[in-house]
Design a protein around this ligand. Sequence first.
Ligand SMILES: Cc1ncc(COP(=O)(O)O)c(C=O)c1O
Length: 360
Amino acid sequence: MTTYLGRPVADLDSPQLLVDLDIVDANLRRLLTACRQRGVALRVHFKSLKCTGLARYIAAAGVDGFLCAKLNEAEALVDAGLTDVFIANQIIGQRKLQRLAELARRSAVRVCVDDPANVAEMSQAAQQAGATIGVLVEVDIGMKRCGVEPGEPALALARAVAQSPGLRFLGLQGYDGHLQLLADPEQRRAECLQSLEKLIATRRLIEEAGLPVTVVTGAGTGTWEYVASYPGVTEIQPGSFILMDCAYHPVRPEFGCSLSIWTTVISKRPGYYILDAGSKAIARDFGMPIVKDRPGDKVVRLSEEHAKVESADRHIRIGDHVEIIPSHCCATMNLHRQCVAVRRGRVEAIWPIEASGRYD
Ligand SMILES: Cc1ncc(COP(=O)(O)O)c(C=O)c1O
């Protein structure tokens, strides 16, 4: 594949995952500038990328750190020299806590907690490894996934962390995942502000109890603007805005879709054509993908290795190339082992996607 560097995308075999670096640059610039103006840090969610080449590329552009959903993602980043990592999840069980403590010996790793027994085990693992782990209490601000209730329950857990050797209490995470794809911006904004009120009131309660809160983090691509502007928040943690997809784009049209799947027409009949990529190359958990730059065409079915596209275009031929924009960028990155970084139609880099297909 290295022989493809510098060559036109048209020379690539298909299917192939493409990332348009000019669009990545524009998306990054937009959000970095907005964060700098508001005085909040931008921590990019690596679960959307899973590729350390792309992570290094955006780190060079000035993002403040990375968020991870899983330990393996944090390990991949640290192995790549990107050591400011925050696992926004619960790390449960001896084996994983040992891995976390080992990681803390060679990075500034942070993690979420929502359970006192987990705090005690984590403290033990950190002491055994001679490490210090940064800890944020995860507060459930309405998503009903992980997290303790705002207010007193969060304060009680913050106290437990602060009193645990090997752990450093840093602050609070409150992720509003239930709001990200709400189509009505006014409703999204109003519900987001209500959630943030709970988070910031919890911050005040903990500070009044004498514990310094240095980090308050949350937001995804759908709510970045409201969270980044809210007094008391110190950082935001979106991921999809880098690559985007056709589910998120109508919600946040200010970010362009940089991710696509390069495909070939392999069969053709009146009214439709068939592409050489299906659900094994294009995630469909958020719905059907769309065809890039061919507004009249519609993907109507994905089978494992085929996509059926309805089209009135009688001139399209077998062997032509078509680009597909997926409906879920994060899940699509997880299906591939490499991505091709492209600029103005030429191959600039080919990066392995180290954390794809890993869930540990
Ligand atoms: C904890 C957490 N933070 C932030 C995000 C935001 O990601 P995105 O910008 O891709 O919506 C997610 C998405 O799953 C998440 O789980």
